[in-house]
Structures are given as C-alpha cells and as structure tokens.
Design a protein. Sequence first.
Length: 457
Amino acid sequence: MPLTSNLSGPQGQFYAEPKPSPDATSFQIDNTSSEYYNSVYYTQHKNDVQPVPPPRQSGPLDLSNFLPQQIMDAIDAAGKITFHSVGDTGAAKVNRAQSAATAIEHQGAIADAMVRDVQSGGDTGPAFFFHLGDVIYNFGEAQYYYDQFFEPYRDYDRPIFAIPGNHDGMVFGSSSSAPQVPTLAGFLTNFCAPIPGQSPDAGGLVRSVMTQPGVYFTLDAPFVSIIGLYSNVLDGPGVISSQGGQFPLLDDQLTFLQNELERLKPARQAGERAVLIAVHHPPLSVDAKHAGSKGVEADIESCCEAAGLWPDVILSGHAHLYQRFTRQLPNGRQIPYMVSGSGGFAATRPQGTIPPAPYTIGDYTLEIDPIIDFGYLTITTDGNDLDLTFKAADQTAVTVRDAITLNLKNGKISNGSTFSAAGSASGSSGRSTAKGKKKTTGKSPKKPTPTKKGKKK
Ligand SMILES: [Fe+2]
C-alpha cells in the first residue's frame, strides 16, 4: 500500500496538509520589503558580506531521519532515488504593475507540478525537494514565510531541505534604517531548528520546521549525497570564503567542504553514490543580471583538488532562468553545472551578446541556449547513472525541455533520460528503465578524521 499522502517522519515531522485546498490568490501579508533597497542601510552595506553562523552540530543529515521506513525500503528495493531541485521560488511582486495573483501563479505552477510528481510517483517518486536558495523575497523576513513557502508547498508531502540564497540572508526589522533582525533569522527558524515542530511562521499549516544543522550541511540519501554551501548575501558575487582576505569571513566553509569530499570519497569511488554540490550563486552564468562567481569556482576547485574528489554535478540558482554548462576536466570527466533559479520569481533573459549554444570558452561549454521559462529539475540516480531533467511548468502544461544522463563511472554526459521515457527531452534519444538494481543500506558514509582545508590557489 503506497504511502502517497500525509506522511509522518520518524521524528514526528509533518509535511502536507491533511486536505488539499485551492491556491491562494492574494498575499496574507502584502510584501513591501523591496522598499529596503532604497534604505540608507542597504545603500551603505550592499557590498558587505554578513557573518555565517557556525553549524549547530557536525555530521551530515541522513534522509532516513525524515522519511518513513516504508519509503526508505521502497527506494532501496527500487535501487534508485529521485528528488526535486530548484531555487528562486518566492512569490513576491516583481514590480508595482504585477498583481499578487500573477506572482502567486508563477510560483504556484512550479509548486503544483512538483506536488503532482510526488502524488503520482508513490513511494518511489520524488523523495525530497532540495531548494537552491532565495526561498523568500525581497528579503528573508519571517513574516513572508507563509505566503512564499508554507502556503505554496502545503501539499508537497515530502521533506524540503534548503541552502539560503542572498535574499534569505538579508533580513530587515521594523525600521529600514538598520537591520534590527540578525542575518538569516527567518531561515534559521524555519530550516535550521534544533528539533522538528510547528513553525511560528506557518500560519497554522502543518509542515514541520526543518532541522538542518546549519546553513551549510550535507544531506546523505541512498545513492546520493548533496553538499550544500552558503554563498552569502551579495547580489553578486557569491562568497564562501575570505577569498584571500578580501571578505571578512572565516574559511570554515572550505574546511567543511574539503572534509565532506574526503568523507564521501570512499563511497563515491566504490560506486555506491553520486556526490553533488549545491551553491546558490552559480559559478557560471550568462544571464543578463547575474554573472558567474569565479571566486566560488576557485574555492570549490581548491577543495576538490585537496580532497582528490570532484563533484559529479554542481547545482545553483540565483539566475532566474535555466542554463546548463559542462566543465571538461583534464582527466576526461565532464561535470554538469546546472543553473535552475527558475522557480517562479522574475524571469531574467540571458546576455544579448552570447553566440548560440553550444558555446565553449576554455574548459566550459554552454550546452543549450538558456531557457527563460519557469521550471524545475528532477534528478534520479542509482549510483551508476544520474539523470537531470528540466521541466517547464505553467498553469496549463508541464513540458520536458532538457534531459541528460551522466554516466557516473566514466563521467560522460549523454542526451536523454536513462530512468524515465517521460523524462526524455524532445529530439533526444531517451532510453527507458531496465537498469540493474543496486542494493544499499541507506546508511551514511563514515565520517573520517577532519583534515585541514585545501590551500587556495
Ligand atoms: Fe539570489
């Protein structure tokens, strides 16, 4: 009997509402925080990074602490796991002319499509949603969590993990003259709570607060681990270290990243799991508003070289469109750099000067022309192959717009989906199912002795 609705996690977590309800058409609290862009404080501090709170505890999250054993067993029996990922989902009005209903529709179409994926997927459908940051606009005040997070995902009956984006980090208080609320306050309350329970910001909806140890953390799931990083509050660039003293930050996050890569290396090399990195600011982007963050790319590279392990995929948001790049490593492996900040807020066009894809500079190739429609990623892996599918969604249709498979053994990318014929991109050679099942215990890889961070280049 599939557990397809109203799950309760092993620690008493709740996810979806007991009964479905119509989408909202207006905000409970009209969002006025864009006015802070004009404040003296923002003007004076818009180029300053904010402190990064240390994790409450070390060690990864284990998905088995968030889903019923029946679903963990079903994933194990199926020999593969599927999950959602997208960023930049908040339903705030992009300008005075846009109605609240339109803003809500944009996010709602994506959220509703993901809900239908979960409802139709049964116990082996999408197991969780890994949010790529910018959950709340324009700034991450707790009062907007109902309208932009709890209400849109009220029927999403799976856990939602998140890395914060720049908008989640910037939080203003009752006065626009100074940030009277500490950075990340709303995010910490709703995603980094010490124990599961009802959120003060959920307006009575049942979804439990998430219990991530901090704003950077690793999620260990069967067949895949996701290392989530926090790239701070600037509109650009993303920052995960002091970058040689340029930013007044500790380099603890680099130590964390290198340690996590080293911890996961044996399981990755044994072919037991894929290793992904999620960071809100994309290392690469050709959108007109947000360029890539070269400092983030250099920091990740230094940690990978020191650990002797590269991620299989890098997931990012921040740029409000879909972009797919490939990085070609000297050892022949290919790393997809996926940018999916397409969750419903303020679609942004690419730069007008880029040539048609595929477009290569050095080791990096923009593989397809950027897709400006709102949509989301569905990711499936069995530890041998990893599918990445981008679906665009509006109120009328959900359409597969891009689908690739990464062979985790040789690091080669091919077009089309291995695990689902429905996930095959138009014009690509989708292959369906029939993969050999691979047994897993669903347990986290062992934690090694921590090591010093990698030297920066
Ligand atoms: Fe962002």
